[in-house]
Write a protein that binds this ligand. Structure first.
Ligand code: CP3
Length: 342
């Protein structure tokens, strides 16, 4: 069965496209009143994520309402630490909090490599979503990069600096590698299960890449991202999104991923010069730009498309949508990209 609108898959593989495809990070979420209505039915975020029917419903909403060229499965990157034995809670307007954190060798050894079995609820949600999507657009699966998950597992919550997690890298490098490897192996099993269930492409989110320096990034992050790409045997196109990691783009370009996600601090021409033509670029509008008026949004969308060009490019934001963004503005931005004439 072929997907009717496969623009994004063709763009990821570097094939011909009639127009630039577009999707938005965090498109399935709080900007949509329809999302909030479904979300209100469950007690908390985790219960919501674990309900395949609800997850499938909010995954499809942005396809119907915003007209984006791909769906991304509704879940969270923190399901992996939980599957490995480190449960979390999502506290309203505060973010994730882990009851226990990883402090020493015994803690690392107590965690297990997930077979993906514990995450069967995500797999069910993917199967349901694929059915409901009926091949209209591709479905994106995802996981967090091992470094970003490690950072949450050590700190137990969000942080501006992730200095506790960095301290662990400096003081316990051997143990750090052991934990990162366990996370990477769990992520490989998880992504393989997502692909078997029908995910058409996958994205690896390295949200805290930017707190590391270039050498640490290679040793403690990129190495494990590369291991994941290899572990899924390049069965579907892979996107690596490393937030604030402009310093690492040249190295990321050397691993076997198809697409590199950029945040808004990267200039399109520079990124293209560094990455070359063998990879697709994705990004990179500032989500705050969507607070501006329609005229500005149109001008910014057009500037972005001209800078990246039609080929080997997937339009997106440079990070996730902020929850208080007016969804009409978001839809306008998506329309501007779809209607752009090169
Ligand atoms: O639409 C999509 O992109 C799919 C769903 C998705 C969510 N989280 C749902 C979510 C995706 C891809 C993620 C990834 C994720 N989760 C990342 C990587 C991307 C990034 O933003 O850098 C990270 C770091 C997390 C961890 C996380 N989840 C945090 C820090 C928070 C709290 C902050 C916030 O945005 O509220 C979450 C909660 C979360 N994940 C929400 C959603 C829709 C909000 C909770 C709610 O609706 O009640």
């Amino acid at each position: 069965m072929s997907i009717k609108n496969d623009l994004i898959l063709r763009a990821a593989k570097g094939e011909q496209v009639e127009r630039v495809p577009v999707w938005l990070m965090r498109q399935a979420g709080r900007i949509l009143p329809e999302y909030r209505a479904v979300r209100a039915k469950s007690k908390n975020f985790i219960e919501f994520v674990k309900n395949p029917e609800m997850a499938a419903e909010v995954t499809i909403q942005p396809v119907d309402i915003l007209g984006v060229d791909a769906a991304i499965i509704f879940s969270d990157i923190l399901v992996i630490p939980e599957a490995m034995g480190l449960p979390y809670q999502m506290i309203e307007s505060k973010g994730p909090v882990f009851e226990k954190t990883v402090k020493n060798r015994a803690d690392v050894e107590a965690l297990h490599v997930s077979s993906g079995e514990e995450l069967n609820y995500v797999i069910k949600a993917i199967e349901l979503t694929k059915k409901k999507l009926d091949n209209r657009v591709p479905l994106i699966g995802f996981c967090g990069a091992p470094w970003t998950l490690f950072a949450y597992m050590i700190e137990g919550k969000g942080s501006k600096t992730f200095s506790e997690a960095k301290k662990f890298l400096y003081t316990q490098p051997v143990l750090s590698h052991l934990l990162l490897e366990k996370i990477a192996l769990s992520s490989i099993n998880y992504l393989n299960a997502q692909i078997d269930a029908g995910a058409d492409m996958v994205q690896i989110f390295d949200s805290w890449a930017g707190v590391l320096g270039p050498e640490q990034y290679n040793e403690f992050s990129l190495r494990y991202i590369s291991m994941i790409c290899e572990g899924i045997n390049y069965r579907v196109p892979v996107t690596v999104f490393a937030k604030d990691a402009h310093f690492a783009i040249e190295e990321i370009a050397k691993i076997k991923c198809n697409t590199i996600g950029l945040d808004w601090t990267m200039n399109a021409a520079n990124a293209r010069k560094i990455v070359g033509n063998t990879k697709t670029l994705q990004g990179n509008a500032d989500p705050c730009m969507l607070y501006s008026d329609e005229k500005t949004i149109e001008a910014e969308a057009s500037k972005m498309l001209k800078a990246f060009g039609k080929d080997r490019y997937i339009a997106n934001l440079g990070h996730g949508l902020y929850p208080d963004t007016d969804f009409n503005k978001v839809k306008y931005f998506v329309d501007c990209i779809k209607n752009h004439k090169f």
